[in-house]
Write a new protein. Structure first.
Length: 134
């Protein structure tokens, strides 16, 4: 009856306003992966895999060459690799350029975004169960 484990609804607007603990600046290039527990914003370049427990924002001029895993991801830059936000939201803005597969529960793709790959949306078991009982 009182479910304290209920997740808050994530939208592109709430993702942009989320508290960010780390920012990778435009003039920074990281050779190697990133593994973080808090939300981060990348405006520079990363040559390696990125694994974020919370949300990831990839700025307009940013690029990532490697796979991305995050609770939610907002992409305005370039990603050459797969994106996994299995239970969350992936947003591709009009300046996004993504070459790779995306796994997510929800996706928003703006009109001028470039996306080459497959999108996998695992079925939400609780939603399937509740619609089957109606």
């Amino acid at each position: 009856m009182f479910n304290s484990n209920k997740k808050k609804e994530v939208t592109a607007e709430t993702l942009q306003s989320e508290k960010i603990s780390t920012i990778i600046a435009q003039d920074v290039t990281i050779h190697g992966g990133i593994d973080a527990t808090d939300s981060i914003r990348i405006d520079g370049n990363v040559e390696g895999n990125v694994k974020i427990a919370e949300s990831l924002i990839i700025g307009k001029g940013a690029s990532i060459s490697g796979s991305v895993s995050a609770a939610n991801a907002m992409v305005a830059g370039t990603v050459n690799g797969d994106i996994n936000a299995e239970g969350g939201l992936v947003t591709l803005s009009d300046t996004a350029h993504v070459v790779g597969d995306i796994t997510t529960a929800k996706i928003v793709i703006d009109e001028n975004a470039y996306f080459k790959g497959k999108c996998n949306m695992p079925e939400n078991e609780t939603a399937a169960e509740s619609s089957a009982t109606e």
